[in-house]
Design a binder for this molecule. Structure first.
Ligand code: ZN
Ligand code: ZN
Length: 338
């Protein structure tokens, strides 16, 4: 199967398999940066598998023991499957739930080995529904919250602990794809007094500026003069060069947060420099279910607008083509859904 071939397939309808399950019809699905690299073949994932993992939609059926949700409820579906009951889930480490295979997620069978279905489908089966599902807030469009299933929450969690530790701290974001822009927005929403955005893509730089960042239009290079000495730096470009620039632009006792997981087995890191000035380097996957509600609170209170990073609204039916659009971030919408 060609790695970049996308087709609509008729598959058996997902059904309740356990009395804790729910079935959800995705109505608004946003494209994660990973989906773009899957769809264009860059990720090199072997098909066939269902795609899409940032969904908001409506509950269509629930198992007998589901108490919190009923058919007709609007919900956000976190992309990682978690049970809410195991030791790790209880600690909020919902990306490593021990009730399901490691990395269990929608739309990402190649990384977890299990086909849970993809958000770009008529229906999704949601295990552990009382725990998994998050209620979509009344009065907000589904296109605003779909990306909280992964990217918007990932962006929020990448910056929130550091701005809590250093309120108002200045932030450098080295951008790449849409995640860097969601981080710019989260940083400003959480009170960063200055957000600097570095990227060589004119469209992303334009959007970063519109969101309120100070923009440096340049490709991150390892040998570049440091952009400053920031207490908080986020590398969302995801290259070795951007990581080196990010670390060298982190100030004494600062934090450098690296997004995405595309590392080689032994990625070179500037440990001697980091030791000298005391840089904390943080990497790790988001805990989508555990961290989503705090992010959602900021959407509901009007501080955070993940929908401002959307640059294309496409029909759900056109997803097989629109998913490859090089635009910043796409939302796929069922007819009549905003
Ligand atoms: Zn994702
Ligand atoms: Zn669990």
């Amino acid at each position: 199967m060609r790695p970049n071939l996308l087709e609509w397939w008729d598959v058996p309808e997902p059904r309740l398999r356990d009395d804790r399950d729910a079935i959800v019809a995705p109505l608004a699905v946003t494209r994660c940066d990973l989906d773009l690299s899957i769809a264009t073949g860059v990720a090199g994932f072997e098909g066939p598998f269902a795609i899409g993992h940032e969904a908001a939609g409506i509950v269509t059926a629930v198992g007998d023991s589901v108490r919190t949700f009923a058919p007709g409820d609007e919900v956000i579906v976190p992309f990682q499957i978690s049970c809410g009951q195991c030791d790790r889930c209880r600690r909020g480490h919902t990306n490593a739930c021990t009730s399901v295979p490691f990395r269990s997620s929608y739309g990402l069978k190649p990384v977890c080995g299990v086909e849970f279905g993809g958000a770009l489908s008529d229906l999704l089966r949601v295990p552990f529904a009382d725990h998994m599902l998050v209620r979509h807030p009344n009065g907000h469009p589904l296109s605003q919250t779909a990306s909280l299933a992964d990217a918007a929450t990932d962006a929020y969690s990448a910056i929130q602990p550091w701005l809590q530790r250093e309120p108002g701290g200045s932030v450098l974001v080295i951008g790449g794809l849409s995640l860097g822009l969601l981080i710019v927005q989260a940083a400003l929403a959480l009170g960063a007094r200055r957000v600097v955005y570095l990227d060589d893509d004119a469209a992303r730089c334009g959007l970063a500026k519109a969101l309120g960042a100070e923009v440096h239009e340049a490709r991150p290079r390892a040998d570049m003069t440091p952009i400053g000495a920031f207490p908080i730096v986020v590398d969302a470009a995801g290259t070795t060069a951007s990581l080196h620039l990010a670390v060298r632009s982190t100030g004494p006792s600062g934090v450098c947060q690296r997004m995405y997981g595309g590392f080689s087995e032994t990625t070179p890191v500037l440990l001697r420099h980091m030791y000298g000035i005391g840089v904390t380097l943080r990497v790790g996957r988001v805990h989508a279910r555990a961290e989503l509600p705090a992010c959602l609170d900021h959407v509901v209170s009007g501080h955070l607008h993940p929908e401002r990073v959307l640059t294309r609204r496409a029909r759900f039916e056109d997803a097989h083509e629109a998913i490859k659009d090089p635009t910043i971030k796409v939302v796929f919408l069922r007819d009549g859904i905003e």
